[in-house]
Design a protein around this ligand. Structure first.
Ligand SMILES: [Zn+2]
Length: 109
């Protein structure tokens, strides 16, 4: 999706927070993904703090928006974006670890 289409798609961001019914501040929306004719937008309600991720797709028949609520905040997104992608070596390392330990605990150090 080119920048002009993406910019115009910002108008498809949901107007109202589905949790508290206040208006979203669209200036707070950020594009977190962009592929083909689709963009993925993250927005956080400034009143209740709930975040929403919306996939906006453009096609010949119009614009389709699908959104989900998430507890993933902007800070979490920035942290995830700064990480390198999971490599094959990472998967092998985890597999070997689980095989050796028998299981894995989240937050295990
Ligand atoms: Zn809200």
């Amino acid at each position: 999706m080119d920048f002009d289409k993406a910019k115009n798609s910002l108008f498809q961001i949901p107007e109202i927070c589905p949790v508290c019914s206040h208006k979203f501040n669209k200036a707070e929306a950020s594009i977190i993904g962009n592929k083909g004719n689709s963009i993925v937008i993250h927005i956080t309600c400034q009143y209740c703090g709930v975040s929403m991720i919306s996939n906006i797709s453009l096609s010949d028949s119009g614009v389709m928006t699908v959104g989900i609520l998430t507890d993933l905040g902007k800070r979490d997104l920035d942290m995830l974006r700064s990480r390198s992608p999971i490599s094959v070596d990472d998967i092998i390392e985890i597999h070997e670890y689980i095989e050796k330990k028998g299981s894995i605990k989240i937050n295990e150090k």
